[in-house]
Design a protein around this ligand. Structure first.
Ligand code: FA5
Ligand code: MG
Length: 453
């Protein structure tokens, strides 16, 4: 029910992802640069910081309890990505303004949770990990990119297989076997809240849900402790005067259609709380649908770039996609020896060049046809973000709205965005930046039908 950035007239009728061919239809909205990145697999590239981060987290969730799956294809069905997880039909995540569709029933996964049902069904181990590239139409800035990586983790217990049939006691016994840590954790809310974060009363006793919550939280706290211990060691090696700030983490209540109760874990970093993962007690319907009704368990989804940025002090998410040796060579040898981790040393930044673009949105009556037409009623900022990315690629550092107003007489809406052009690889010439900006402006007019002011 929303605008696609690409007019259907210019869409290819089939596309190829990782060697497989897919038919497109009017839902297709994947730009070339995003399609091209589906083959990069940087989470598996030796000595790449995303891959190193994956290895460190995997070490906290070891075999044989956890089995890793790192090669799942990014193309999944709407059923796998949404329906199997209980997303309602009108959930905003399904909109074409937020998600990359290949056709009406096929998309680039927006999260690793798309593979939960199949692995619960396979039931090969007591737990699993999935690391993979995920895709979202999103804003453009230092911490957001249309492709990033997640690691999913899940752990289950089978009621019929635990000693004495007391699954809560079995979970607490496993919790006792986990290491302890002495990091300060803020967790002010009760594990279960009747309205805000409810127990699945039809399926779990409060004692079971509390046992799962305690095991889940300790497991993820240990993961963060592992990351920060390594980050601190690397920082101290780089700077003998390094004074470490004590790690602070907190649990906040959250909502996901496929867990209840649910939480997010935040880490205090550079003066602010940063969300690093979402998690919760798996909805029992998913396990029942997967044919394992006797199992109960927890699941989490973590952003690997967010963790890698903390671990290596990497300031800009675009760097993960760089093929520049000044970036990649800094991590050489780490995949084979996680203890020789080094902090990232930024290379000099090239100058930024700011350009504004101001335009009127089309009035609603002028909008029509099947192509995307940005009128005030149907304006999706992500459409603009994607056009900027599509034209200017990684030479755009960020895009910010600097002004918006509605004309008091005509009712037309005007917007102004400021685009920061900066290459990670060289100084852009003024002529070059102007050319890019002209191309962005032209594309905004063509694809969104805006009128430049
Ligand atoms: C999810 O994607 C859920 N599937 C997580 C989950 C799994 C919950 C299992 C419960 C059980 P969310 O959209 O919040 O949730 O993303 C999870 C993490 O991915 C975030 O905490 C963040 O670390 C990372 N992330 C999300 N969006 C971006 C982005 N645009 N760029 C980089 N990292 C992101
Ligand atoms: Mg979130």
């Amino acid at each position: 029910a929303s605008a696609a950035a690409t007019p259907s007239s210019s869409n290819p009728s089939t596309i190829v992802v990782n060697g497989k061919t897919y038919k497109t239809d009017s839902w297709f909205n994947v730009p070339e640069n995003v399609l091209a990145s589906t083959s990069r697999k940087i989470h598996l590239q030796k000595d790449h910081p995303v891959s190193i981060t994956r290895q460190i987290i995997e070490s906290v969730f070891p075999r044989p309890t956890f089995k890793s799956h790192n090669e799942f294809d990014p193309v999944v069905s709407t059923f796998e990505n949404f329906d199997s997880l209980g997303f309602p039909p009108d959930h905003p995540g399904r909109a074409r303004s937020d998600t990359y569709y290949i056709n009406e029933k096929t998309l680039l996964r927006t999260h690793t949770s798309a593979h939960e049902a199949q692995l619960f069904r396979a039931s090969e181990s007591d737990g699993y990990l999935i690391s993979a590239d995920v895709y979202r139409r999103d804003e453009v800035d230092r911490s957001h990119y249309p492709i990033f990586h997640q690691m999913e983790g899940a752990r289950v217990w089978d009621r019929t297989k635990v000693p004495g049939g007391d699954v809560a006691a079995a979970i607490y016994a496993d919790l006792e076997r986990l290491p302890k840590h002495n990091v300060k954790v803020d967790d002010p809310n009760p594990p279960i809240h009747p309205e805000r974060n409810p127990l699945q009363a039809a399926h779990h006793s409060a004692a079971e849900a509390e046992a799962l919550a305690a095991h889940l939280k300790r497991s993820l706290e240990l993961m963060v402790v592992e990351i920060f211990t390594r980050a601190k060691a690397a920082a101290a090696k780089a700077d003998p005067n390094y004074v470490d700030e004590p790690l602070r983490v907190r649990w906040v209540e959250a909502y996901f259609p496929f867990t209840s109760p649910s939480w997010e874990l935040e880490v205090y970093y550079a003066g602010d709380w940063l969300e690093v993962l979402g998690c919760g007690v798996s909805k029992q319907e998913i396990l029942i649908d997967a044919g394992v009704p006797n199992q109960i368990g927890w699941a989490y989804g973590i952003g690997l770039e967010r963790i890698a940025m903390l671990l290596f002090q990497i300031p800009d998410i675009r760097l993960f996609w760089s093929k520049d040796e000044r970036f990649l060579s800094q991590f050489a040898g780490v995949s084979d020896n996680l203890d020789c981790l080094k902090r990232f040393v930024p290379f000099s930044k090239y100058p930024a060049c700011y350009k504004d673009v101001s335009f009127w949105l089309r009035s609603t009556s002028a909008a029509g046809g099947n192509t995307a037409r940005a009128n005030a009623h149907d304006w999706h900022e992500n459409d603009l973000m994607e056009i900027v990315r599509d034209v200017a690629g990684d030479t755009v550092e960020d895009v910010k709205m600097v002004d918006a107003f509605t004309h008091p007489k005509t009712g037309r809406r005007s917007m102004c965005y400021r685009i920061n052009y900066r290459s990670l690889e060289r100084t852009l010439t003024n002529a070059e930046t102007n050319e890019l900006h002209d191309a962005v402006t032209k594309s905004l007019v063509e694809k969104l039908g805006v009128e430049i002011r």
